[in-house]
Design a protein around this ligand. Structure first.
Ligand SMILES: *Cc1c(COP(=O)(O)O)cnc(C)c1O
Length: 476
């Protein structure tokens, strides 16, 4: 592609992008496609001959777009959002234009130093201890894996990195029974074995019970296991339950465990001072992760990982072969030594653009708007006979279902699943589900960049309408 052609196409693309962002809610949230529908439209062989950009872009519009789930649709209420914003998109364009690989200070000094600064900005804005340091990763899964690997190496004086698992020591990791599957994955990859992930019972609000944690640690010590790390959740994926961070920190410190706080989704709420009490006592914990790519208007991927003592990370991950050594290594951060990847993207640029464009005030305003909308939806559900909410609405996620005590749990679960599927099949909204105490619940997450009251009102009408249809079918 010539530079002139690039200029021409880029202008056209930006126009298309701006149109898309304006019109995104006119698309169905989820596509009406079957498995392999898209695959079969793509030729089995790569083209030998060059194709025009017009042709490629046409195919994007006719083949790819109809097969996409529109994550930025304001009526996307499923999972957790991966919301974006205009400044974040613009930063991504610049990042890919510079095409920098930001593995060390020397390979992109500004990228390293901006990363240091924006991590400090976020740390301070969230009320995280001012001595902690941050690093940006792709995903929370990666950050959690690096936390567990670092805990393992710290506990063994970095010997497993050296010699592999040589002795009989069996590590144990603790988390609530509601913890995210990325913890299971990290425990597997770290060589600890998923059967050594101990699930601590939760209370009626789905929060880890600290006494049960301590009991499990003591029982494990007695049985000859080596308690290594506890992962607490600030906002579980099912219902956004918040484990008691302060008490868990105290237990972890008392027994010499690493404490990693997984705040992947709900951590963004700490930008609001009224939520910062949730991390009271975190100063004695060891690491904390949250995803600006979920609820902070920074498009996927962008995870910020804070640690109390970065030297443990560096001792775990640093390799520095001869060809990567530089004269400045003791004056600068080489972020390649803070995690798993060598090569790194320039993600700090997105955060810088987003935070400066909105200001912390603007971000807080948007978050409070989402939290208000969630309270509205919660009230509608609470006041509707036959519906119930099964978990505290701590942030902007509501777990609800139709309940009917005359029917078996299985039957009720089927009914709720049909309800969700019918609502989703309209293509106007997208909800996902979880199970709480065996009960199928619909999760309604209100965190889209452009979600407004009209969107949740329309979703609510649709829910009621489809429920009426479903119940009418039950009677006939
Ligand atoms: C989404 C989520 C994760 C995983 O996030 P990725 O960035 O996709 O790895 C982990 N923990 C919690 C609590 C989450 O909500």
């Amino acid at each position: 592609m010539t530079k002139e052609e690039f200029r021409k196409q880029a202008h056209l693309l930006v126009d298309w992008m701006a149109d898309y962002l304006e019109e995104k809610e006119n698309y169905p949230v989820t596509p009406a496609v079957k498995p392999k529908d898209i695959f079969q439209q793509i030729p089995p062989m790569a083209p030998e001959k060059a194709e025009s950009f017009e042709r490629i872009f046409d195919d994007f519009k006719t083949i790819i777009l109809p097969g996409m789930t529109h994550w930025q649709h304001p009526s996307f209420f499923a999972y957790f959002p991966a919301n974006n914003s205009e400044p974040s998109i613009l930063a991504e364009m610049l990042m890919s234009t510079l095409g920098a690989q930001c593995m060390s200070w020397l390979t992109s000094p500004a990228a390293t130093e901006l990363e240091e600064r924006v991590c400090e900005w976020l740390r301070d804005a969230k009320g995280i201890d001012a001595t902690w340091k941050g690093v940006i990763h792709d995903t929370a899964s990666t950050a959690t894996l690096s936390a567990i690997l670092t805990a393992r190496e710290k506990a063994t004086q970095f010997q497993i990195n050296e010699r592999g698992f040589t002795n009989e020591q069996t590590f144990r990791i603790y988390s609530s029974s509601h913890v995210h599957s990325s913890i299971d994955k990290a425990v597997k990859i770290a060589g600890i074995g998923v059967q050594n992930l101990v699930r601590i019972p939760v209370d009626e609000e789905f929060e880890m019970i600290p006494d049960e944690l301590e009991k499990a640690i003591l029982a494990d010590k007695k049985a000859g296991f080596s308690p290594l790390c506890v992962v607490s959740a600030l906002g579980t994926t099912s219902s956004t339950a918040v484990d008691p961070i302060d008490e868990i920190t105290q237990i972890a410190q008392k027994h010499g465990l690493w404490h990693h706080i997984d705040a992947a989704f709900a951590g963004t709420a700490l930008l609001l001072p009224e939520f910062q009490h949730l991390i009271k006592g975190h100063q004695g914990a060891d690491s904390y992760v949250f995803n600006p790519h979920k609820w902070m208007f920074t498009n996927f991927d962008c995870t910020v990982f804070f640690v109390r003592e970065p030297q443990y990370l560096v001792n775990t991950f640093s390799l520095t072969p001869e060809y990567l050594k530089t004269k400045l290594d003791d004056q600068v951060n080489n972020y390649r030594d803070w995690g798993i990847q060598l090569g790194r993207r320039f993600r700090a640029l997105k955060l810088w653009f987003v935070i400066r464009t909105y200001g912390l005030e603007g971000i807080r305003q948007k978050l409070r708007h989402h939290l208000d909308l969630a309270q509205k939806a919660k009230n509608w559900i609470e006041n509707e006979p036959g519906l119930e909410i099964l978990a505290p609405v701590n942030f902007n996620t509501i777990c609800f279902r139709m309940s009917d005590d005359h029917q078996s749990l299985d039957r009720q679960n089927q009914l709720n699943e049909s309800w969700m599927n019918q609502v989703n099949a309209t293509g106007k909204v997208f909800f996902s589900h979880t199970k709480l105490n065996g009960k199928f619940v619909i999760r309604w997450v209100i965190g889209q960049s452009d979600v407004e009251e009209k969107h949740i009102l329309a979703a609510w009408s649709l829910l009621l309408e489809e429920r009426k249809k479903l119940l009418a079918e039950q009677i006939t």
